[in-house]
Ligand binder design. Structure first.
Ligand code: OAD
Length: 231
């Protein structure tokens, strides 16, 4: 740990699982029988706008019933106490990292509590169910500010710059099934970072990690943060 200055952390649905937010894949996944790839696409929004809106409206409403868990809290502690560089990149669209207190972070797949107008590009915080009409341009094109399959994730330049400077890359609670996030471990390795995975089971890219620790994020993450801060 002595040589580590810059840390990049990638989180996925597994970090919020112990808060009661369902993960995407596997039994009991968020779409209950549908593959997330079949419904979270621009085409799905075009063909079944009510279904897609209802799905995200329900998930947005559910946020008020869940709370950050020990993993979110430990990552917020690391953000507050780590004096080197740190970037937390989350694939999650919930707001549990920021509610726990993380600030050096970004949402690469968008946020439930944000609205996007497909016509004028307006993005703004949004707490309630989404109406179809954009308040800025009045077009019937308001949509969840979520990066659908086939769309470009947010802030890729900032993420790639952080990966190029990372001494340690840590992936937490993600299946490694969705690119470009699933490729970050290889980018970080390419630039010489050590790589660590904390997950319930080995992810699809498990072989790319120098070290893999298996278990629940609520236990593994606080222990790892303690280790890092102790040096
Ligand atoms: P997945 O549902 O694909 O994977 C969740 C991972 O978390 C799995 O590897 C689980 O084993 C692990 N896991 C479950 N419970 C855990 C726990 N308590 N502690 C630690 N790990 C646990 O979710 P993501 O990898 O986040 O995209 O999915 C990536 C993207 O696919 C999502 O961001 C989403 C989806 O399409 C968008 O919404 C745009």
């Amino acid at each position: 740990m002595r040589d580590i200055q810059n840390i990049v952390i990638l989180t996925g649905a597994g970090v919020s699982a112990e808060s009661g937010v369902a993960t995407f894949r596997g039994p009991g996944g968020l779409w209950e029988g549908h593959r997330v790839e079949d419904v979270c696409t621009p085409k799905a929004l075009e063909r079944q706008p009510e279904l897609v809106h209802r799905f995200y409206d329900e998930r947005r409403a559910k946020l008020s019933t869940v709370r950050p868990n020990a993993a979110h809290e430990a990552l917020a502690r690391l953000d507050a106490e780590w004096t080197g560089g740190l970037l937390l990149v989350t694939q999650n669209v919930d707001d549990l990292h920021e509610r726990a207190g993380s600030t050096r972070m970004l949402h690469m797949h968008g946020e439930l509590k944000s609205a996007l107008c497909a016509a004028c590009g307006m993005r703004r915080p949004w707490d309630a169910a989404l109406p179809p009409i954009c308040p800025t341009c009045q077009a019937p094109t308001l949509r969840p500010d979520i990066v659908f399959f086939g769309e470009m994730p947010y802030q890729m330049d900032a993420i790639e710059a952080a990966l190029a400077n990372a001494d340690l890359f840590v992936s937490i609670g993600t299946s490694g099934a969705v690119y470009p996030a699933a490729g970050f471990v290889r980018t970080a390795r390419h630039y010489g970072a050590q790589t660590l995975e904390l997950n319930l089971d080995p992810s699809e890219g498990s072989i790319w990690f120098d070290d893999s620790r298996m278990g629940p994020a609520g236990t593994l993450v606080p222990a790892w943060v303690e280790e890092v801060l102790r040096g």
